[in-house]
Ligand binder design. Sequence first.
Ligand code: PLP
Length: 406
Amino acid sequence: MSDFFQVPSFQEIKEKTEQFVLPTYRRQPVAFMFGQGEYLYDTDQKRYIDFLCGVAVTSLGHGDADIVEALRDQAERLIHTSNHFYIYEQAQLAETLVNYSFPSKVFFCNSGTEANEAAFKLMRRYGQKKKGGASLVLSLEKSFHGRTAASMALTGQEKIYNGFGPLMPDILHIPANDIEYLEKVFDEKGSDICGMLVELVQGEGGVRPMTQDFVQAARKLTEENQSLFVIDEIQTGFGRTGKLFAYENFSVMPDAITLAKGLGSGFPVGALLVGNEYTDILDAGSHGSTFGGNPLAMRVAYETIRIIMTRDILSQSNSIADYFMERMISIKGAFPIVKEIRGMGLLLGMELTIPGMPVVDACRNQGLLINCTADTTLRLLPPLNVSLEVAAAGLDILEDVLKKSC
Ligand code: PLP
């Protein structure tokens, strides 16, 4: 048996990682070897409740039998052929996505940042082809859209793009939820704006939901100015905010959306859905991906959506989200270091008056995985099908840690 299947010590994994992997991540001192449902198990078989889900990815928990079977079956049949040919599984998934969203066509890629790169190219190409060369793209301060060149420049956080200049030009970050400011920008620059990219709940920016009024104003202004309105649903999609897509919570219809994370239950897959009016913008040869849309990724994503819809995961997640909200609000009432509870569905944030990372570490030591965004906001991303029992156990750990932190 190869080395791969012997359970090594955490120390061996850490040393090998430090020796051979570029140090682009600040990693927590644990390595997981096994996952089942809401739980992960480390190299010492210690069990953790997973309220991070690989950052909103494994939304159906770990080791779901139907996901595993779809992966196994498809891997045996066919993993990859390339977009030089027609791909049955790609057509099937595209049809399913369109049926559950808005009239559109789909481009498939492998990650969130790639989906946003595709959206950026769509907006720029639209400006070139249909709006007299308009090239200005709006995005929001505190947003996060990814790490590649355009997505990084679209991201409204200096710490993400500092040191990588010169950045992609003609991108303007504007304050979130400021309708007056947005109106002024469209007043002054409307004819230059080819599109606007928005996260409806800013996940990495501290779990900050947009207001209904702001989103509706953005939709109205983009429409009046013939600019594309693109929603980044990479973190919010696939039931995370209580609906299949977060835009359904805001009564707006986007021109395009980007998807990744929860779409593949952990298998890398991303997508750009483009509304029917704009499907001639990215034509043959204008964009592509070797791996994008391959049979294996498509089959797993198809299975993920099938499970969400047939097992009634959305209503299950909505009732458990009410429980999380109630408990988190009562925790806020009990501990003055909890400043605010924010979120939508099972994308939940608890803003503290103290740095969040020591709380994350203490939770992990007690067997609960959460994370911290924007320095002081604890973010909880439990599986959409988390049981009430495990939800309560996880929140008990968080409450206990906060009690000790006061
Ligand atoms: N957009 C949003 C809203 C995200 O939360 C993320 C990742 O956290 C991305 C884009 C980038 O996705 P990926 O890491 O798959 O490139």
